[in-house]
Design a protein around this ligand. Structure first.
Ligand SMILES: [Fe+2]
Length: 389
């Protein structure tokens, strides 16, 4: 276990060093730009392109234009065939003819862009119909790029390369995010007593956010915050994290730093921007006596206040080495007492208590989206275990 901490500190330093390199400009931008093929090779696969066109001759021409490129190519003569391929294959780019019998190119593009699984898949729309109307219709359906026939091979190849480069960047970002989540799971699993803590507090926080009528992006931030809020603890040695006796001042300083260190780890990921205030400010107190910024009242980001209540409630109602699991009633009593002494947001605490008393957490029926999240969590748990084994 101690080795995990040691390794982790080194890894955190590496993260900070690389951030430093970028900001100081010692690593030039051009050095970091890879061709799409290099980026996909890095991910150990070649780019896959799906050509959808009802005219066999058009598909053959397109295939000919891409012959020199290291792409894996699928072809579909109609939309339904394309949908089947998209369901079973990992496609990186769709080249789509606007005019097709049955489900049109526009409709297929709309379906691709409205499905959560394929919404980030780039679509290049082609047409023989000249005119601004078809271009506008193509772009309105969600197509990322639009080209008119006759096609110029160099233009087609250049456009496709640029689109694949973006796709590879999106993929690597998603993978980097997945690694962060797995790392957060590894942190949680250093302490066997907190098993499942992140998952439960994510659920509590999202329910509380839901009761407040927060929009979906903020609910998603709460869900992610549930997993990532303590990721900075990767830099706290086990000897401090699990110390049974009182921490000295120096140890407390290191323990408190998990908030700012966690923020520094996640800051390079643009997608995690809404989660950063949760990570940094989940230990602030309503009266300004918390850390790291001594924010007070509504100056503390709302999502951080929500997560904090969920975090404390879960810690109180689960067993730890130094205490038994408290009942719901006892935990709400303590939360109430902490609110009276000025530490917690009184309105949020009251709403949370009401939700608990209404039994909302026992009776929540999982939706399809919850199921999807549950599957993701299960695989992340496994990745976390693999990381620490
Ligand atoms: Fe924390």
């Amino acid at each position: 276990m101690a080795e995990v901490s040691h390794l982790s500190v080194a890894r955190l330093d590496a993260v900070e060093d690389s951030t430093e390199e970028w900001t100081s400009g010692s690593l030039s931008h051009s050095q970091a730009i890879l061709t799409p093929s290099e980026m996909f090779a890095y991910m150990d696969r070649s780019p896959t392109v799906l050509i959808v066109d009802s005219q066999e001759v058009n598909r053959r021409v397109m295939r000919g234009m891409l012959k020199q490129e290291p792409y894996h190519i699928f072809e579909a003569g109609q939309a339904q065939e394309a949908i089947s391929i998209l369901e079973r294959e990992r496609v990186d780019l769709v080249i789509l003819d606007l005019m097709m019998p049955g489900i049109s190119g526009l409709e297929l593009c709309r379906r691709i862009k409205s499905s959560r699984r394929t919404q980030l898949l780039p679509v290049l729309m082609l047409t023989s119909v000249q005119g601004i109307e078809s271009e506008v219709a193509g772009l309105a359906s969600g197509a990322d790029e639009f080209l008119n026939r006759p096609l110029h091979p160099t233009v087609v190849r250049t456009r496709i390369r640029a689109m694949l480069r973006n796709k590879a960047a999106v993929d690597s970002l998603e993978e980097a995010e997945t690694i962060l989540f797995a790392l957060a799971q590894a942190v949680e699993q250093r302490d066997p007593y907190t098993d499942g803590h992140c998952e439960r507090l994510s659920r509590y926080a999202v329910e509380l956010g839901n009761a407040l009528g927060l929009p979906r992006p903020q609910l998603l931030a709460l869900h992610r915050g549930g997993f990532l809020h303590d990721i900075g603890k990767i830099s706290v040695p086990d000897s401090i994290l699990f110390k049974k006796s009182r921490l000295n001042e120096e140890e407390w300083t290191l323990m408190r730093s998990h908030t700012v260190r966690g923020e520094a780890i996640c800051r390079p990921m643009k997608n995690l921007a809404p989660v950063l205030p949760i990570i940094r400010n989940h230990h602030e107190r309503w009266d300004g006596s918390g850390y790291p910024d001594q924010l007070r009242g509504e100056g503390i980001p709302l999502l951080a206040r929500i997560l904090q209540i969920a975090d404390i409630y879960d810690a109180l109602t689960t067993e730890r080495p130094y205490k038994v699991a408290l009942s719901t009633h006892e935990a709400l009593e303590i939360l109430g007492a902490e609110t009276r002494c000025g530490w917690r947001d009184p309105e949020l605490t009251a709403l949370f208590a009401e939700l608990i008393e209404r039994g909302i957490f026992q009776h929540t029926m999982p939706t399809a989206a919850d199921e999807e999240l549950r599957k993701m969590e299960t695989s992340l748990l496994q990745m976390g275990r693999n990381l620490i084994e």
